[in-house]
Design a protein. Structure first.
Length: 269
């Protein structure tokens, strides 16, 4: 899902539609064209996507023998993932190197709180659900507030019930599914002291990720490009010893290399 741009600087996203269904030659040609046009490619893939999509991505990357394709599958629900992708699109307009931009995805994931309101948790397998919650799912009219990231949380919605949120100023994004509830906008958003609220279309993969189409998905995120840029540039950068690209963190997002382990020798006398 590609969210609408928030400003004129936000770069457009390229949606790799039906990547696992099209002929391999077509997928190879399409991604090679993107590499020729842009130099590097950051592919963000939902964990709710069919397993064939990830296999195809690895196949294409291997056949192209390219260290210029970064594959990223964070443990975020679809709406939170869409918000993260838009943040990367915002940062792509800045003077960040491809390795730092791709590494920023892992950093910014920590600043996204993502969840949903569900009418049932019987098919929810991505967040720990106790037996009592499962039993309550069978009670007509039950609704559950669930946080999937950064820390799994679940509560049956009732008067005054909220869920823990970010400890910093953030905006909230809400996507309406087939569930009628205003709990997110009237209770959760004020409890989180959100700075603003925007609506979005429910991602196609949300029903699969949450185990039901009767839901309202939400996430909090940082929309300000200057804040995002400051977060990314304040982190220490390094150089991958294998491919030479600038990165944030220990693992290179393009070639997957980790820093070499230097053995320490204890002098003997």
């Amino acid at each position: 899902m590609a969210l609408p741009a928030q400003d004129d600087r936000t770069l457009p996203a390229v949606v790799l539609q039906d990547l696992d269904r099209q002929p391999l030659e077509q997928a190879l040609a399409g991604i090679q064209t993107l590499l020729d046009q842009h130099g590097h490619l950051i592919v963000v893939c939902s964990q709710a996507a069919p397993s064939g999509v990830e296999r195809r991505l690895h196949t294409v990357r291997s056949l192209l023998e390219s260290d210029r394709i970064a594959l990223f599958r964070p443990e975020l629900p679809p709406l939170g993932l869409a918000a993260l992708v838009r943040q990367l699109r915002q940062l792509a307009s800045c003077d960040l190197s491809p390795g730092v931009l791709a590494s920023a995805g892992r950093l910014l994931t920590h600043y996204i709180h993502a969840g949903a309101v569900l009418n049932s948790v019987t098919r929810l397998d991505r967040v720990p659900v106790g037996l009592k919650a499962h039993a309550r799912s069978w009670v007509p009219g039950s609704q559950f507030g669930v946080i999937a990231h950064p820390e799994p949380q679940l509560a049956r919605i009732g008067p005054g019930v909220t869920l823990p949120g970010p400890e910093f100023g953030a905006w909230m994004l809400v996507a309406q599914g087939q569930l009628q509830t205003d709990w997110v906008t009237t209770t959760l958003a004020p409890a989180w002291n959100v700075l603003g609220l925007r609506e979005a279309t429910l991602p196609a993969e949300s029903a699969n990720w949450w185990g039901t189409s009767k839901l309202v998905e939400f996430c909090s995120y940082l929309p300000d490009l200057s804040v995002l840029y400051q977060l990314v540039t304040s982190v220490r950068q390094g150089t991958c010893h294998w491919c030479g690209i600038d990165v944030i963190g220990d693992r290179c997002v393009f070639c997957s290399a980790t820093p070499p382990v230097h053995e320490t020798h204890t002098p003997t006398g």
